[in-house]
Design a protein around this ligand. Sequence first.
Ligand code: HEC
Ligand code: HEC
Length: 387
Amino acid sequence: MKRNPLVAAGTLTVLTLLFACKKDEPAPTTPPDANTIIGKYLNLNLDALPEYAQVNYPVHYNPGVLAMDNAPSINRVTNTGAVLGRVLFYDKNLSRNNTVACASCHSQAKGFTDDLTLSEGFDGGKTGAHSMRLANANFYAGERMFWDKRAQDIEDQSTQPIKDHTEMGFDDSAGGIDSLIRKLQALEYYPILFEQAFGSPEISEEKMQRALAQFIRSMVSTDSKFDQGYAQVYNPNAPGGGIGAPFQNFTQQENQGKMLFTAPPNAGGAGCAGCHQPPTFALAANSLNNGLDIGETTIFKAPSLKNIAVTGSYMHDGRFATLEQVVEHYNSGIQPSPTLDNRLRTPNGQPLRLNLNDAQKQAIVAFLSTLTDNSLLAEERFSDPFK
Ligand code: HEC
Ligand code: HEC
């Protein structure tokens, strides 16, 4: 890939300015090449960036599924944008005392969440909710982010942890996001990366949001055992793309769990897929409450169930430690509330009781474990780029 001469010229100007400002040292005659500066801090080659923009979707990610992608037309994923997002995501400079990065609470090896019930912020404070997995966030057609859906979209969400007084600490008392932007602008690598991604070296909150959102939207999960099995039997003309057919790579128990997960309660299933939609396992946009608390009025979302078995602590407050407890909640624990979803009610409006036997409960847990995507958990393009 050839570097745009305009970008190179811009980088040169920035470098000249940077060096002109350093009083004690004489300005070097030839500013070091952008890649040399980047190479001091990051395992990245600007001339051979990893691929984020072009995703090779398997067949079962059919046009109907791809249409759910919530990327706005003004912020499609680009390689330069996503890589900038990745650097920001792993940079502890984004916290007030340089101790916490986004990745501290969203660890790749853990499906982009952490092992804790509540996460730990820059100063040891606990977050108010359990950290969320990030895979397939782009396929949540409801767009809104956070458990309680208080952020409008991924862009809006992405800088809120930075300004949060517990998470990363650039709240008003620390000078807000402007103070962070001045801090980042002074780091050698950012002007170069912002120039590459957005055509000018100046940092703004909007550009940070766009880059972080691009990186998050590129965390697509398409390679779990479930995906491998579905791709083998996928048939665009069969109902549900043939998802009901036994998967050849599944055990009998996993296939039974798949049937229970996907079939509605009036057809002998547990109806999970009515809300957690295969193949992305992102939540249906119109999902209401799942009956955790009696009288609940807040409507919560869930992140995609991809990689659900990698860590414990489930639901917005991390109240369940195991998937067995989650399944038991749906089996016998649904609480009534005005916002309880109809999919979890009997025809006369009462909380649903599934009356599953132990083998059926275990089969659902086994199926949930097939959603682990080891590629996503290990792929280098989502890993820490810092030296
Ligand atoms: C101290 C831990 C912590 C840090 C640091 C952190 N997060 Fe989070 N993240 C959380 C928690 C906890 C939630 C759920 C919060 C809630 O819903 O109230 C969350 C939720 C999210 C979500 C919403 C996902 C969804 O499906 O709705 C996204 C996206 C996200 N974080 C991205 C980021 C980014 C980007 C950064 C860095 C700028 C970051 N996080 C830093 C803990 C953290
Ligand atoms: C009416 C829609 C709906 C149905 C049906 C449904 N869920 Fe959920 N599910 C949700 C919502 C909403 C949440 C998040 C609730 C919260 O944390 O407040 C959730 C959370 C979860 C979680 C925890 C996710 C996390 O990141 O911690 C798991 C696991 C889960 N559901 C599995 C299932 C299974 C298995 C079934 C079928 C037995 C099922 N769900 C049926 C809506 C639904």
